[in-house]
Design a protein around this ligand. Structure first.
Ligand code: M6R
Length: 357
């Protein structure tokens, strides 16, 4: 039920702080550590390489998850779009383990790969919001997202739940391998939840931004470097699927290799700046597009913010930044769709779960 909300999407965006708390509760042990079930941990530790398979938003979560797992636990990870996997199956490592990320657990493209890897005898873990779904039943192991039902076609709370669970996977494996990744995940996820709440309280400002940049535009660009690049892909997907604005997310450094040719007077460019190592270089990219007439909207993290930034995210651990960076992008997309009279919860040509290949 939507309750007092005009749309499920807005309700589900607002539920994200609560989902963070649920996940913390569900995954914590008696020592207040976020941990995996021992059987799942052991299966993951046996693998010499993890292969993440997913589609759409879940694929974008997989890209961030790869960074979490590689940087925190030092285990190599590949991420593949499910629909491409069978045509272009990579050379597998000796002991692969497949991770299927799927909100619904019913996506046909992902299931087709699972059927194939099951035939090959490889272990599979499904990360899903629907335990008992097809992908969950047909895999060896399941990790639940605990996000509650997601009704709007545009995935929001499932994405941040996927990131949180992937961070738990990374932290658990790191600990098992005796690696110190330098922060307390439970504490930092709680801070993320509070930061999400703060952003959800800034809807008026985000509606203003949506009106200013997106009410009449034909196209929009999202740029970021490092993990912000992956968030920019998700921001662009959100905007295009519900507002029908042609949107593209790309890596800041790729601008000069082609896309900058599309920048015209007034083209909206949303630039993400949450990573200290690339803060100056992404701002260099903003200067390049501004020189060609772009209308820049810089979203930065507190501590890295500079004069003229349009929206400042509350400070969270940099590794976990994607969990909060996506919220203003979800809300901007929501308001852009609303002001363009689009059917927010049920965009044209799309279904909530794509059960055909
Ligand atoms: O249920 P799944 O996570 O497997 O779905 C994958 C995609 O179809 C899904 O994320 C889609 O891209 C969303 N509509 C994005 O908002």
């Amino acid at each position: 039920e939507k309750g007092t909300y005009p749309h499920f999407m807005l309700k589900e965006i607002d539920e994200q702080p609560l989902v963070m708390r649920n996940i913390i509760q569900q995954y914590q042990n008696e020592n207040h550590e976020l941990v995996l079930d021992e059987e799942i941990r052991n299966a993951l530790l046996k693998a010499d390489r993890l292969y993440i398979i997913a589609c759409g938003t879940s694929y974008h979560a997989g890209l961030v998850g790869k960074q979490f797992i590689e940087k925190m636990a030092g285990i190599p990870v590949e991420v593949h779009v499910a629909s491409e996997f069978s045509y272009n199956m990579p050379l597998l490592s000796e002991r692969p383990l497949f991770i299927y990320i799927s909100q619904s657990g019913e996506t046909a493209d992902s299931r087709a790969v699972l059927v194939e890897t099951n035939k090959l005898g490889h272990k599979a873990l499904t990360i899903t919001n629907v335990p008992g779904s097809t992908l969950s039943r047909e895999a060896d192991y399941t990790l639940a997202l605990h996000a509650g039902p997601e009704i709007a076609v545009a995935s929001t709370k499932a994405y941040t739940a996927q990131l949180a669970v992937l961070a738990i996977v990374a932290a658990d494996l790191a600990k098992a391998k005796g690696k110190d990744f330098g922060f307390n995940l439970l504490k930092e996820l709680a801070i993320v939840g509070t930061a999400m709440e703060t952003i959800c309280g800034q809807k008026d400002e985000l509606e203003k931004i949506a009106k200013e940049y997106l009410e009449t535009t034909r196209n929009a660009f999202f740029i970021g470097r490092n993990v912000d690049f992956y968030v920019s892909l998700e921001g662009a997907l959100k905007l295009k699927e519900i507002s029908y604005i042609q949107a593209e997310g790309f890596a800041g450094g790729e601008l000069k290799h082609g896309t900058i040719a599309l920048i015209e007077e007034g083209t909206p460019v949303v630039a993400l700046a949450t990573q200290s190592s690339v803060n100056l270089s992404i701002r260099g990219n903003v200067k390049e597009v501004v020189a060609r007439g772009a209308n820049p909207c810089i979203i930065s993290m507190q501590g890295l913010n500079m004069e003229g930034d349009r929206f400042i995210l509350p400070k969270v651990n940099e590794v976990l930044a994607p969990l909060v960076t996506i919220l203003p992008l979800q809300l901007i997309s929501y308001y852009a769709a609303l002001h363009r009279d689009c059917d927010v919860d049920k965009p044209r040509n799309l279904a909530k779960s794509v059960t055909v290949e």
